[in-house]
Ligand binder design. Structure first.
Ligand code: GRE
Ligand code: ZN
Length: 322
């Protein structure tokens, strides 16, 4: 099936929309997926056909941003659980081709931890994806969310930190005057990156990896720039007057990154040089990014075949037990 010498190709940040969940997106969030509406809603024939044409064997499906992070603590858990049940059915229709990351209504952290467990043990999901600020306000390193990470460590599944749009105050000051002309400046063109890179650094600062040393966090988009910045972040956070944090060590041990929406040779090479090939996983970010160029890029990139195999399937087979 694959164009890469019949190697299995697993893509792990591939989105769909649940009609009931997207009803709850408002304002800027409501406009996020408009330009891919048809493709993102197709979880059947059209999607599998596109995978076949591109040489992608398996997609790990996750909801598009902002998923369940904007839901409230009262209604959110039920809405997320129902969406996860429907995702289970979607995967069951093509069990060899589709698997899932659960959606968690993080506004209720304890029930989100329970839903993570149900998603993994009852629905067979590979972990969960969290999209940005809970309620548009709170970063996920806040101690109230730690029960989710405690459960993830106990279940030995990763949590994928996917971008969401930044806090409204940040948008006002940093982005707003350009986003009418350049909506991408709010999302993948910068807003997403700055929000999710910040979330990643904050996780390291929070001390959560001391408490849960086997916690595994996935960042898309080649680590949201953090591999490039790792040296400098490490320097600054360990200058006199800082508490000191082994940022490089934490990022290299506890974080995994994916190629979602970022098919750049030099950027990937930098990631391999900074953190090795064992924590880099293939992803497209379909349908925000088309399927076809991804496997073609992996096919032609100047990289030894062992590392290619790790990125295309070996690392996800190990991390996601598939
Ligand atoms: C993405 O996953 O890359 C994405 C979204 C929503 C809007 C834009 C975008 O999930 O790039
Ligand atoms: Zn994405």
């Amino acid at each position: 099936m694959s164009i890469l010498d019949n190697q299995r190709v697993i893509a792990i940040e591939e989105h769909y929309y649940d009609e009931d969940l997207t009803k709850h997106f408002q304002g800027r969030d409501g406009m996020l997926g408009g330009f891919v509406k048809d493709k993102i809603s197709d979880v059947g024939v059209g999607r599998i056909k596109s995978m076949d044409e591109a040489g992608i064997d398996v997609q790990i499906l996750s909801h598009g941003a902002p998923s369940a992070q904007k839901l409230d603590a009262d209604t959110g858990p039920g809405i997320a659980a129902a969406a996860n049940d429907r995702l289970y059915e979607i995967c069951q229709a093509n069990p060899d081709r589709l698997a899932g990351f659960g959606a968690l209504a993080t506004a209720d952290p304890t029930s989100a931890a329970d839903e993570l467990e149900r998603s993994v043990t009852k629905l067979g999901f590979k972990g969960a994806m969290i999209h940005g600020l809970t309620g548009g306000e709170l970063f996920i390193d806040d101690p109230q969310f730690w029960p989710i990470f405690e459960r993830a460590e106990a279940l030995d599944v990763p949590i994928y930190l996917h971008p969401g749009i930044p806090h409204e105050n940040v948008i006002d000051v940093y982005l707003s005057d350009y986003i009418e002309k350049y909506p991408g400046f709010l999302n993948a063109g910068w807003g997403f990156t700055m929000e999710t890179a910040t979330a990643g650094i904050r996780m390291a600062l929070s001390g959560i990896f001391q408490k849960y040393p086997n916690l595994k966090i996935i960042l898309g988009h080649l680590g949201e720039g953090l591999p490039f910045l790792m040296w400098r972040i490490d320097l600054a956070l360990n200058r006199p007057g800082n508490d000191g944090v082994e940022f490089r060590k934490i990022f290299s041990n506890n974080f995994y990154i994916t190629t979602s929406g970022f098919f750049s040779d030099p950027a990937l090479m930098l990631c391999i040089q900074e953190m090795g090939a064992d924590h880099i996983l293939f992803a497209i970010d379909y349908p925000f990014v088309p399927n076809e160029p991804g496997p073609k890029w992996m096919e032609r990139i100047m990289l030894n075949s062992e590392d290619k195999a790790k990125i295309l399937h070996g690392n996800s087979e190990r991390l996601l037990k598939m």
